[in-house]
Design a protein around this ligand. Structure first.
Ligand code: ADP
Ligand code: MG
Length: 394
């Protein structure tokens, strides 16, 4: 277990908090403030303790250059609204040259540095840049789970240079608890629901979950490749020819370990992928040659929902169908509802799965929704994240 902000004395200290404020922007307006919202518990805790809070994040891809459209100004305004207090913003384009602004902070005040990626040293994990950041502060906090799979100056290098403690923020701690401990040591039955477009994106995760879960439930495009590996005809469905061998291997592994790897029994098919296009539900043995499988069918939904309902720990990664296009969102929405109705611990990770949960308005019914797409996949695979490894253990 990693130390968190609650394990260290932060009063009066200059605390660097690596947050994930990489929010979607449209013409300078934040279109989804979730990431800012999720950082509030750590910021509020630090303020209550009388820390001097120095926030830093990347925003977009300015690629080591100062670009006006990626300035942190909209984030500062959003933060002020949500924290109901004024937030100072460093006027320096180089986030590591904010000494004057940092030194002007009083206990409990908040300063937002400029976009970390305005400096090429951030993504290069440059020593000098990391050192400059470290010299601004006393304590390091990482609350940006979504950036922890990258070894950048603000997630890695700074921790090698700072003399004070390096700990997890409250959101980071929550991510580690649910994606780490809950999966490593799950209350059983442990059910893993895996979907999305391709097997190849998620081989590591499926492989690991076959080892730890009691049932692995497969949907989405990747189910097609598993079905193909089992000898079914898939028509025009999305399949990954070059992942067939891997699929066979995974099926065999599940078999050897006595883990049930469940595949769809029926699917919704259409001739093309279009909004409200003519479609029908067929058994997987009967997929027409000129059609493609775009969602799981009703029988599969019922079967999967029962398994999910009986799970004590249920993790979902990836949608069950092409949920962006109606009516092929149906399977994903129903599975999300089954997650919401499960009395067990429910965890959702993956960018598209999280959008699907939000689209269905079910975010309040899920125990933990991960903020990290790539990071959550890597962590679920059991791979160490560079930004997590450098935090102190309890
Ligand atoms: P996540 O971001 O949750 O990890 P992925 O990125 O792996 O999920 O997969 C999401 C994508 O998979 C979506 O764009 C969705 O349209 C696509 N998808 C799901 N089922 C199918 C299918 N049957 N055929 C083609 N694409 C699919
Ligand atoms: Mg995705």
């Amino acid at each position: 277990m990693k130390k968190t902000v609650k394990d260290v004395d932060v009063t009066g200290k200059r605390v660097f908090v690596r947050v994930d404020f990489n929010v979607p922007l449209d013409n300078g307006k934040i279109t989804d403030e979730t990431r800012v919202q999720k950082s509030l518990p750590t910021i509020n805790y630090l303020r209550e303790q009388g820390a001097r809070v120095i926030l830093a994040s990347h925003l977009g891809r300015p690629k080591g250059q100062v670009k006006d459209e990626f300035r942190m100004v909209p984030v500062k305004e959003k933060l002020e609204e949500l924290l109901k207090t004024s937030v100072k913003k460093s006027s320096e384009n180089d986030p590591s040259q904010a000494e004057a602004a940092v030194n002007s902070l009083e206990d409990g005040e908040v300063l937002l540095l400029e976009n970390l990626r305005f400096h090429p040293g951030e993504e290069e994990n440059d020593e000098e840049f990391a050192n400059a950041l470290a010299s601004l502060v006393d304590i390091y906090v990482n609350d940006a789970f979504g950036a922890a799979h990258r070894a950048h100056a603000s997630t890695h290098g700074i921790t090698q240079k700072i003399s004070g403690e390096c700990v997890a923020g409250l959101l980071m701690a929550q991510e580690l608890k649910f994606l780490g401990e809950s999966v490593d040591n799950p209350e059983r039955p442990f059910v893993a629901v895996i979907g999305g477009a391709k097997i190849s994106d998620k081989i590591g995760v499926i492989d690991r979950l076959i080892e730890t879960a009691n049932k692995v439930v497969i949907g989405g495009g990747m189910a097609n490749t598993f079905l193909l590996a089992k000898g079914y005809q898939l028509g025009k469905s999305l399949v990954e020819e070059d992942a067939i061998d891997k699929a066979k291997e995974l099926l065999k592994k599940a078999d050897n370990l006595g883990v049930e790897l469940m595949l769809p029994k029926d699917v919704v098919v259409a001739e093309k992928l279009e909004e409200k296009v003519a479609n029908k539900t067929v058994k997987v043995e009967e997929i027409p040659e000129n059609m493609m499988a775009l969602d799981i069918g009703e029988e599969t939904i019922n079967e999967y929902s029962k398994v999910i309902k009986n799970g004590k720990t249920v993790i979902m990664n990836g949608p069950m169908g092409v949920f962006e296009t109606e009516p092929f969102d149906h399977g994903t929405v129903e599975i999300a509802k089954a997650m919401g109705n499960s009395s067990g611990t429910t965890i959702v990770g993956g960018g598209d799965s999280v959008s699907a949960i939000n689209k269905a308005g079910l975010e309040d019914k899920i125990t933990h929704i991960s903020t990290g797409g790539g990071a959550s996949l890597k962590y679920l695979e059991g791979k160490p994240l560079p930004g997590v490894q450098v935090l102190q253990d309890r």
